[in-house]
Design a protein around this ligand. Structure first.
Ligand code: SF4
Length: 427
């Protein structure tokens, strides 16, 4: 059940961890980004390890009509760098001959040392000059040394904003940019709600086509749909846009607060807001209530993974009455998640970064009812009789917005339901 909004920050000090972490690298974000922008192609400049990661993470999609690939760079000394540029040009030439429909080519850097030494920005510039920006060539780093999987999206969106040609910026700017990859079904619902609120010239970033991105200027306001977009926010601000502050659109309360922040910025009347949101709010509350019996009172520990953890914890506590033990996040964009942290109940541990062994010990000692963690940690916990949920599912599943509130609750409820069935069968 919703509790009243607290004003001050409820949480104590943050546990800062600088040890080993267990999170997928930024290349993983290609899996949802390539679906989102059908005319883009993601070319990983990497090693055979990167190729294996992309192929296994993408599963069977690689055998159909892939829109991502890996240009494999074998080990070489510095003198071989010039050849690497030639090799990459050759790979790109063959790719574009075979796939002339590609409108945006994205070179994605990785972490093998020979790739780190390679100047991807220069390669993108050279390819843009060679193909006269048809396709437009962008680059960003998805390296596991610098990025976790959601930071890969952040780097890509920042490159997208920075790569806007000057003449696009000179036109009529967008009123509102919604930044952060959302499933198409969610984007459509959000677009409808914003249109019903009377907000025009709304641009979603990334868009579904490489060509469509309205100019961004000082009149533009932007709102983050995902909490992990520090670099994107900086790029938007350097283009003149100003951020609308708020919590993130997870659950009925989060979605209402997110829309309310936008509505207030654009001067939408309270009566119009109520008329537009009343029915979907009711549906979201009903869908959530269906799963509450499985989750209320349960003690939940969230390991750092997607950076969505503070929002998920707020939703679990306030809408599903779960007790939160610890909320980990690989990185906290404090300005962006201040509202989320303020809504957590007093006494919740917040941890930033990871020192995995120490955190596992804390988790075991707490004996939570549910652990939200990466795939690598889940199996050992399950083997010890603990119940887990893979946190990467929150990145792949449409969970934002009113109509997805029930699906979000179900993601948490399912492992607890399964546990209930198993223990019922055993007794
Ligand atoms: Fe591994 Fe680095 Fe390639 Fe990611 S970018 S698959 S961490 S080698």
């Amino acid at each position: 059940m919703n509790q009243p909004l607290p004003t001050p920050c409820n949480t104590g000090s943050t546990i800062r961890q600088r040890g080993q972490h267990e999170v997928f690298c930024g290349l993983t974000s290609i899996i949802w980004l390539h679906r989102k922008i059908p005319d883009a192609f993601f070319l990983v400049v990497g090693s055979r390890t990167c190729a294996h990661l992309i192929q296994s993470a993408a599963g069977v999609m690689i055998f159909s009509e892939p829109r991502f690939a890996t240009a494999i760079m074998d080990e070489r000394d510095l003198a071989g760098m010039a050849d690497m540029h030639d090799e990459l040009d050759e790979v790109v030439e063959k790719l574009l001959e075979r796939r002339p429909e590609i409108r945006m080519l994205v070179l994605v850097g990785s972490c093998p040392s020979e790739v780190i030494k390679f100047d991807l920005g220069r390669a993108a510039e050279r390819l843009n000059a060679r193909y006269a920006s048809r396709p437009r060539v962008l680059c960003y780093s998805g390296s596991g040394i610098e990025t976790t999987f959601t930071q890969g999206e952040d780097n890509f969106l920042a490159a997208l904003v920075r790569g806007l040609p000057g003449d696009i910026r000179s036109g009529r700017p967008a009123q509102l940019v919604v930044a952060g990859s959302l499933a198409d079904v969610v984007e459509d619902q959000m677009a409808r709600l914003l249109a019903d609120l009377g907000i025009e010239d709304v641009v979603f970033l990334p868009g579904r086509s490489s060509d469509v991105l309205a100019p961004i200027g000082p009149q533009t306001r932007y709102v983050l749909a995902q909490p992990y977009l520090g670099a994107t926010a900086a790029a938007l601000e350097s283009a003149g846009a100003r951020r609308i502050d708020g919590i993130f659109p997870l659950g009925e309360e989060g979605t209402t607060a997110w829309l309310q922040a936008i509505a207030t910025t654009f001067g939408v009347s309270a009566s119009r807001f109520e008329a537009v949101t009343a029915a979907p709010r009711r549906r979201a509350r009903e869908a959530t209530a269906h799963y509450r019996p499985w989750i209320e009172g349960k003690r939940i520990f969230l390991f750092p993974d997607s950076q969505m953890e503070p929002s998920l914890a707020r939703y679990l506590n306030r809408e599903l009455d779960a007790e939160i033990i610890e909320v980990g996040s690989p990185y906290l964009h404090r300005e962006h998640v201040a509202g989320e942290l303020a809504m957590l109940p007093p006494g919740v541990s917040i941890s930033e970064g990871q020192d995995v062994e120490v955190q596992i010990d804390r988790c075991r000692a707490a004996r939570p009812d549910l652990i939200v963690c990466g795939m690598g940690l889940a199996n050992p916990f399950e083997a010890q009789g603990l119940v887990t949920k893979w946190s990467i599912e929150f990145a792949f599943t449409p969970i934002q917005g009113y109509e997805q509130a029930g699906d979000l609750a179900e993601l948490f409820a399912r492992p607890l339901m399964r546990q209930g069935l198993l223990s019922g069968a055993a007794s």
